[in-house]
Design a protein around this ligand. Sequence first.
Ligand SMILES: [Fe+2]
Ligand SMILES: [Fe+2]
Length: 165
Amino acid sequence: MGTKGVEILGLDVDELIELLNKALADEWFAYYQYWIGAKVIKGPMREAAVAELIQHATDELRHADMVSNRIIQLGGTPVLSPKDWEKLSNCGYESPEDPFVKKILEQNIKGEQCAIQVYNSILGKVKDKDPVTYEIVLQILTDEIEHEDDLQAIMEDIELMQRRD
Ligand SMILES: [Fe+2]
Ligand SMILES: [Fe+2]
């Protein structure tokens, strides 16, 4: 990044790059978990769930793009090998062994809740210190909050559908 761009940052840039790389690993896992989940999912509301999972996968890929661009701008190197994703990731990867729609939704809700915590924590760290990263992370956090809400809404509909009284 340009020297003035670095100079205005009121924080440890290497530490920030590390946090962003960890978030980047999370985004790749989230992307693949949604993408493969949309292929294998089965059960009630399948169509609606598939549409949502595909939309979320697209968003996670866009987040990976936003985070890696900022890492480069800060003078860092985005994680270069998938082999390092496991080690860096905060939220990990949950493979959809059980294709039942509620099981997949549960796994993805858990992932979103982890992502919300991660981005909220980064937001706190960059607040008043790096307005550009703040803006990017705020946009991503807004999406993750919407993702959690979307998935919980489908879950609620499935539960209402299965009501017997
Ligand atoms: Fe994301
Ligand atoms: Fe998400």
